[in-house]
Design a protein around this ligand. Structure first.
Ligand code: FPP
Length: 245
């Protein structure tokens, strides 16, 4: 099976594990939080570039359920940065037709961030140019467990499970399967991110630290993706055409 037979053939779902902020800062003698602040600039750059690269859905991993283990100061700074960024970026996102949704748990987030999320989601709800999803207090495995407990009797198919999974992640409709996972910062792992949705995703790892990541890096990752042959467990597209003729 080639890309043209896949349901998401026209627009890509790209998911990014934004890693390397702390090391970027340490290498410059700065506090880790300075790396996160510069990381927010990189978020702005990729969101701006994504629609022009054929990306229809962009999911960014901002804060995992395991990130609560970080020092309290860093956690507080990160959560404040998210709220500030959401507030300041919402008008631009709305203007550009970017629809923002947050995936993950909300019940452990501070009230100011919950407010900022609600405002940003409401004001960008009509956007059609890009579906931007930011994962905050997110764990794929926890979401899968929550979805499993919500499955009704008789709901045995994947589509029903995907709907329950979306409900378990905040309630937005299910996104298409992930086509490409990008991880910056040199590590090569998935860290409990979109495990169900990435079943057939292509993986792209780059040593570039997230604060340095720009539209050229995103374009390079997408170009690399287009050179991959995706078979979804089948055989090469040419062989399929020959045998079915
Ligand atoms: C991982 O780098 C990064 C994070 C846990 C935070 C991601 C947050 C941002 C990019 C800030 C802005 C985001 C939004 C949505 C406005 P790390 O700290 O684990 O880096 P290290 O591996 O070098 O320590």
């Amino acid at each position: 099976m080639n890309k043209s037979t896949h349901v998401n053939s026209s627009k890509l779902h790209v998911a990014v594990i934004m890693d390397g902020n702390g090391r970027w800062a340490a290498a410059r003698g700065l506090p880790r939080t300075a790396g996160h602040v510069r990381g927010a600039d990189a978020v702005r750059r990729v969101v701006e570039a994504a629609p022009g690269l054929g990306i229809g859905t962009l999911t960014l991993y901002a804060f995992s359920a395991d990130n609560w283990r970080r020092p309290a100061d860093e956690v507080r700074t990160l959560l404040r940065l998210f709220a500030r960024h959401l507030r300041s970026e919402t008008p631009t996102l709305a203007e550009r037709g970017v629809r923002l949704t947050i995936i993950g748990r909300r019940d452990r987030l501070p009230a100011a961030l919950i407010d900022a999320i609600a405002g940003a989601e409401r004001r960008t709800a009509d956007g059609g140019a890009l579906d931007l999803r930011i994962a905050i207090d997110y764990s794929a495995r926890d979401a899968i467990v929550r979805a499993a407990t919500r499955l009704a009797a008789g709901e045995h198919d994947r589509a029903a499970f995907a709907r329950r999974l979306a409900e378990a992640c905040g309630g937005a409709p299910p996104a298409p399967d992930v086509d490409l996972v990008i991880r910056t910062g040199g590590e090569q792992r998935l860290s409990d991110f979109l495990l169900w949705e990435s079943a057939y995703a292509e993986l792209y790892f780059t040593p570039r630290a997230w604060p340095d990541f720009d539209r050229h890096d995103l374009a390079a990752a997408v170009a690399d993706f287009h050179r991959r042959e995706r078979r979804f467990g089948g055989v090469q597209a040419v062989a399929v055409a020959e045998t079915s003729a």
